[in-house]
Design a binder for this molecule. Structure first.
Ligand code: ADP
Length: 490
């Protein structure tokens, strides 16, 4: 109470008690005491006289506004004129009571305290609302709020950024998720059933952004209820799970691949023991025969030929396995040096002319650059090995006709080809044959032999050399394998 007259203060206190309010009070006269009391006494209401010897009601209200505007303020004065009252009210006082009509004081105090309480509650509610709005607005998940019919009323910033739709574009519309026709009928009905029954629904949807990009999202839909228990809104919280889903899909693919590899490896082990045993048996068997002192020279020649051929076969199988191990260990490196592709073609031609002789098929090759332009920087061993692998297959799978190989100069690359007129490769196997250990399941497989490694090694090498490998083929008519490598000159 800001009051200099002891008697007035007494009257005021008595009036408050009379009106049934229980209280403690502190009476101050100077500005200094007033400021102290605001801090230490921390009043629930300030009652202030207008004129005091060193202080006045206007200063008191201004200080209250500045330091404690949550505390109600009532001007209680005897000598006031209307104008002063208006000024103090304008400055923020809640009420004024004239000392001659003190009976009004109790009601005025109650009303002022109640008014301040309402204001305090409103400020608190506003603050709460601001926090919730900020939480929704800044949420890292997309959020939609719809009315009870599912028509959009609000979307947050994450939604507009991610989905590329502005609030205006979607306001009043139904989210795709709540839209019949988007999800399956059962899924859609199940979802509405759940949320109409005031339960929360979880699910995953394939959705589309404005630009058509598809993505997977995890959606939670919860109904918001009025006090009465009726649904006022639905809130949809959505999280993009495309990456997560992709990770799971990749894991499944990796698992299937691992299982397939395992299966192929087992098949390979069965196969390889046969592949190694066949030439080994031939070598052991014919070495034995060489010991026969009666052997005629042409028999001797024939047997040694078989031994040599079987040894080569064995060597090539072992080389393949060693190469595969290096590839699998990630140790395969490119040894780049100057090489002449024409020389390589002529070298492999020389090797193969001997091999096809006895099969009665023809082999030829074509080079499209003059010798002095055919020198490039690449890995000679790998290039030779790929050509050799493709030619070995061509010879193996061709019983009639011819084999042609060579290269063309095309768009700064050298495009190699190996064409045969053999049994061909069905279209659906064109990818499969590049897998490790894969061999086309033909009843006559045994007749052809092999380990199923040549093409997968070739593919890895060509990719290491910066090119790719592919084929065209017609069953029964023949096959052409192509691969390209960059035309890297010095
Ligand atoms: P391998 O020849 O040792 O079995 P590859 O990886 O070189 O292993 O070839 C895989 C499979 O692709 C072969 O088993 C064969 O079924 C098929 N194939 C490869 N080249 C040809 C070809 N030129 N003509 C027909 N089939 C082929």
């Amino acid at each position: 109470m800001v009051e200099d007259l002891q008697t007035d203060a007494e009257l005021i206190k008595r009036e408050i008690t009379r009106s049934g309010i229980r209280f403690t009070s502190r009476i101050v006269e100077t500005k200094e005491d007033y400021l102290n009391a605001l801090q230490e006494f921390d009043p629930d209401i300030i009652l202030s006289d207008f004129s005091l010897p060193t202080f006045d009601g206007m200063q008191a209200i201004l200080l209250q506004q500045e330091l404690a505007n949550h505390v109600p303020f009532i001007l209680v004065t005897g000598s006031i004129n209307e104008e002063t009252a208006v000024e103090v009210m304008k400055a923020g006082a809640d009420d004024y009571v004239i000392k001659e009509h003190l009976t009004r004081l109790g009601a005025a105090i109650r009303a002022a305290i109640q008014k301040k309480e309402i204001i305090r509650l409103r400020i608190e509610a506003d603050e709460k609302l601001r926090v919730f709005s900020r939480a929704i607005e800044q949420s890292p998940s997309s959020i939609i709020i719809t009315d009870a019919e599912g028509k959009i009323q609000f979307v947050n910033a994450k939604f507009t950024n991610f989905m590329q739709y502005s609030l205006d574009e979607v306001k009043g519309k139904t989210p795709r998720i709540l839209n019949p026709g988007h999800a399956s009928k059962e899924e859609f009905e199940g979802m509405w059933e759940t949320i109409k029954n005031r339960n929360t629904w979880h699910g995953e949807f394939n959705n589309r952004k404005k630009d058509g990009t598809k993505f997977w999202e995890n959606v939670i839909i919860s109904p918001l209820l009025f006090h009465s228990g009726n649904i006022s809104n639905f809130i949809l919280i959505m999280e993009d799970i495309t990456e997560k889903k992709k990770m799971i899909d990749d894991l499944v693919i990796a698992k299937e691949k691992a299982e397939e590899n395992d299966r192929l490896k087992t098949a390979f082990l069965h196969n390889i023991s046969h592949e190694i045993r066949t030439p080994m048996n031939a070598i052991v068997g014919f070495c034995d025969l060489l010991n026969d002192p009666e052997l005629k020279p042409d028999e001797y020649k024939h047997y040694t030929e078989i031994i040599t051929q079987s040894s080569h076969q064995l060597l090539s199988i072992i080389t393949d396995i060693v190469n595969l191990s290096t590839i699998e260990a990630g140790q395969e490196r490119i040894m780049a040096n100057n090489l002449n592709v024409n020389s390589i073609c002529s070298y492999v031609y020389e090797q193969f002319i001997l091999k096809v002789e006895h099969k009665g098929i023809e082999i030829s090759y074509n080079t499209s650059l003059p010798d002095n332009e055919a020198t490039i920087i690449s890995d000679e061993t790998k290039l030779t090995q790929v050509l050799t692998n493709l030619l070995s297959n061509a010879v193996k799978f061709t019983n009639l006709g011819s084999i042609e190989f060579g290269y063309l100069f095309k768009n700064d690359t050298l495009e190699f080809y190996v064409t045969d007129s053999g049994i061909g490769i069905p279209e659906e196997k064109h990818d499969e044959i590049f897998k490790r250990f894969y061999q086309i399941d033909r009843s006559e497989n045994r007749q052809y032999g092999g380990s199923g490694l040549g093409l997968s090694i070739s593919k890895t090498y060509i990719e290491l050399l910066g090119g790719k490998i592919w084929l065209t083929s017609e069953a029964g008519k023949g096959t052409t394998f192509y691969f390209n490598i960059p035309y890297n000159r010095q």
